[in-house]
Structures are given as structure tokens and as C-alpha cells.
Design a protein around this ligand. Structure first.
Ligand SMILES: Cc1cc2nc3c(=O)[nH]c(=O)nc-3n(C[C@H](O)[C@H](O)[C@H](O)COP(=O)(O)OP(=O)(O)OC[C@H]3O[C@@H](n4cnc5c(N)ncnc54)[C@H](O)[C@@H]3O)c2cc1C
Length: 338
């Protein structure tokens, strides 16, 4: 065996070899799909959801439609009459499996990569360009963005929002975000159903207002209205991804002034904390007034007594992070409100 290998190596190394590729491929004379131009041929590009779960608040295709190279633009509403698409596996009769595949999603997406709009253009490159002109608005994109900021892919595949809220880790992301959003948790126990405001759910480190035997069955998040933006910013622990500090901000801008603000800080103390002094400082400021935003962000420190310290980050450092992240979250929320 060794002898054969040695012989082969000797024969190959340094020897001239005949190339086996199609000569047209290495001389640039080959034709690719993009080179084919048939009469009446057009290209379709599909805009796909980067989020696994999101509600679609609106799709604005006007800019793409106005583009001179665009032949047509489609959204799910154009194909509503075709849904659900006929599928081989439905005919196969898999028990308890209800598939409702759609050409393009209409009001919500349930998996990453779901199509939400399509453009038809003469060349493939132009079709890709036209996709960037379509504006898709979600009802509450901050929740999807928060999900993406959790741990790593394996953790995100296994963890659940109910488990995260019930576990109430001080460094978890959902508790902070749902506190700022003013969400309500629906809880089912042997005695029936009740609702708990996010503000009242977290009572201490790994401790919640859930009673023995109660399960979280739903989380109700109020839709962000017109002129309202939300954002979450965190400083990830380098090993786990948990927030050493995280700040969620929801801001309403009306006629050139901030009229409402909700800010929650997580990762710094045992539970998420509403930064009420900072919230008040935001009211009435102009959205572009950076100095006023920095001043408001500085006030998050006022609600953070008893900051947690460990080998990675002291309590003092976490309070500092919260102020920096508050400025970023407020700025991003104002941008999202526009
Ligand atoms: C390595 C690692 C990194 C992580 N990084 C992050 C991060 O960056 N950000 C972040 O936010 N989280 C992070 N997490 C937490 C993770 O996302 C999960 O939230 C957490 O591990 C809980 O998992 P689970 O949802 O499967 O709940 P489980 O482990 O199944 O349950 C946790 C607790 O909640 C209870 N419970 C579960 N579901 C419910 C329910 N519906 N109602 C009532 N009680 C319930 C269970 O009985 C148990 O006591 C990380 C976890 C790991 C292991």
C-alpha cells in the first residue's frame, strides 16, 4: 500500500497534466444562465423574511414600482385567491399535519426565509436591486430582534419565551423588553386563568409572581402605534451571550417632540427596572437633540441601586453600561419611530 502511494506521488508531482475542464470555462467563452436572453424572458426576485416570527404591519412597494426597470411587483395579497398552494404531502394524508403553504405571506411570517414580496425585472441584477426598494414594516420588530440577540443558535433553537420569563434570569433579554413594551403575561393554573403585567411578574433573582402549578400560556404585547419606535441594546457576556446589561426603550414622537417614553434596564439588578427618571427627562425633547438624550440616559442610574457584581462585571460597571446602552436604545427607538 505504502509502495503504491509513493509510486503515485512520484508520478504526479512535477509531471505535466492535461487539464480536464471544458476549455470554454477557462477561456471565458462559456455561457451562463445570466447570458441567456430569450424573447419575453424576465427574472423574479423574492424578498424573504429575516425573522422566524413577525407580524407584517404593511408593505410599501411604491418605490420599487416606480423604478424604470421593474416590470411588476407582487405581495401576498395578489395571490390570496391561490392559497393554500396544492402540495404533494397534503395528498399523502400525513395524520394531524395541516400545511397551509402560501406563495407569499400576507399578515405574518412563521419561519425565516418566508417570502413576503416579489419583483419581476428584466435582468437578475436589477431584480436584486429592486428588492432593496421594498419597505416592510412589522408590528413589533424589537421582539424579533431581541430573539436574535439571545445566546447562540443552539440556545435559540431550544429556549422558549415562556421558559425565559418563568426562569427570570437577571441577564435574560425578554424580561427587559416585555417590561418596556408594557406586555401582559397570560397564566393558566388549576384555579383558572389570570393575567400579570410584565411590571409585576419579576419579583427577584430567578423569582416571579407565578404560583405553584401555574403555566405561562401567552404573552400579549400591545402593537406599537403610529409614531412609536422601540429598540433593545445589550452588552453580551462573552461566554453565554446573557446581558451583562440590557436596555429596552419605547418612544413616541409626535409633531417634532417626544411625547411618551418607556425605558427598562435588565442585567444590572435582580429584576428588570423601569427607569422612570429617564423616561420623564425624555418628554418634550426634540428627537434630534443628542445632548438631551445623553442627559436622559444618564438618569437611568437613579433607579439602579443594589447592582449585581461578579467576576465579569462589577455593579458599578453595569450601571455605567446601562447609561451607554440607554443612549443607544433611545436613539434607535427614535429612528424607528420616524
Ligand atoms: C448557554 C446559554 C446561553 C444563554 N444565553 C441567553 C441570552 O443571551 N439571553 C437570554 O435571554 N437567555 C439566554 N439563555 C436562556 C435560554 O434562552 C432559555 O430562556 C433558558 O435556558 C430557559 O430555557 P427554556 O425556555 O427551555 O425553559 P426550561 O429550561 O424548560 O424552563 C425554565 C424554568 O421555567 C419553567 N417554565 C418553562 N416554561 C414555562 C411556562 N410556559 N410557564 C411556566 N413555567 C415555565 C420550568 O419549569 C423551569 O423552572 C441562555 C441559556 C443557555 C443555556
Amino acid at each position: 500500500m505504502t509502495t503504491q502511494l509513493e509510486e503515485q506521488t512520484t508520478n504526479v508531482v512535477g509531471a505535466r497534466m492535461k487539464r480536464v475542464e471544458d476549455p470554454r470555462m477557462i477561456t471565458g467563452a462559456a455561457k451562463y444562465i445570466d447570458d441567456l436572453k430569450l424573447s419575453g424572458m424576465a427574472h423574479v426576485a423574492v424578498l424573504r423574511s429575516p425573522y422566524a416570527h413577525a407580524r407584517i404591519r404593511g408593505i410599501d412597494t411604491s418605490r420599487a414600482e416606480a423604478h424604470p426597470d421593474v416590470i411588476d411587483v407582487f405581495t401576498g395579497k395578489d395571490f390570496e385567491h391561490l392559497n393554500p398552494l396544492p402540495c404533494a404531502w397534503q395528498a399523502g394524508g400525513v395524520e394531524n399535519f395541516v400545511a397551509t403553504p402560501r406563495t407569499l405571506e400576507i399578515d405574518r411570517v412563521t419561519f425565516t426565509g418566508a417570502g413576503v414580496a416579489a419583483v419581476v425585472v428584466e435582468t437578475r441584477a436589477a431584480a436584486e436591486d429592486a428588492l432593496s426598494l421594498i419597505d416592510v414594516r412589522e408590528t413589533c420588530g424589537v421582539l424579533a430582534a431581541t430573539a436574535e440577540a439571545i445566546g447562540d443558535r443552539q440556545v435559540r433553537n431550544r429556549g422558549t419565551i415562556g421558559g425565559s420569563l418563568a426562569h427570570a434570569d437577571p441577564g435574560a433579554d425578554y424580561p427587559t423588553v416585555i417590561t418596556a413594551l408594557g406586555a401582559t403575561v397570560v397564566v393558566q393554573g388549576t384555579g383558572g386563568e389570570r393575567e400579570i403585567a410584565a411590571d409585576e411578574l419579576f419579583t427577584g433573582v430567578f423569582t416571579t409572581a407565578l404560583e405553584q402549578g401555574e403555566l405561562i400560556t401567552a404573552v400579549r404585547v400591545p402593537a406599537l402605534g403610529a409614531g412609536v419606535g422601540a429598540a433593545y441594546e445589550k452588552h453580551r457576556h462573552p461566554a453565554s451571550g446573557y446581558a451583562a446589561a440590557g436596555v429596552a426603550a419605547v418612544v413616541k414622537v409626535d409633531v417634532g417632540k417626544v411625547t411618551e417614553a418607556r425605558i427598562a434596564v435588565g442585567g444590572v439588578t435582580g429584576t428588570p427596572v423601569r427607569a422612570t427618571a429617564a423616561e420623564q427627562a425624555m418628554i418634550g425633547i426634540a428627537p434630534a437633540d443628542e445632548a438631551a438624550i445623553v442627559a436622559a440616559a444618564g438618569k437611568v442610574a437613579e433607579g439602579l441601586s443594589g447592582a449585581i457584581g461578579d467576576t465579569y462585571a462589577t455593579g458599578e460597571y453595569r450601571v455605567h453600561l446601562a447609561q451607554v446602552l440607554a443612549k443607544r436604545a433611545l436613539t434607535a427607538a427614535i429612528e424607528a419611530a420616524a
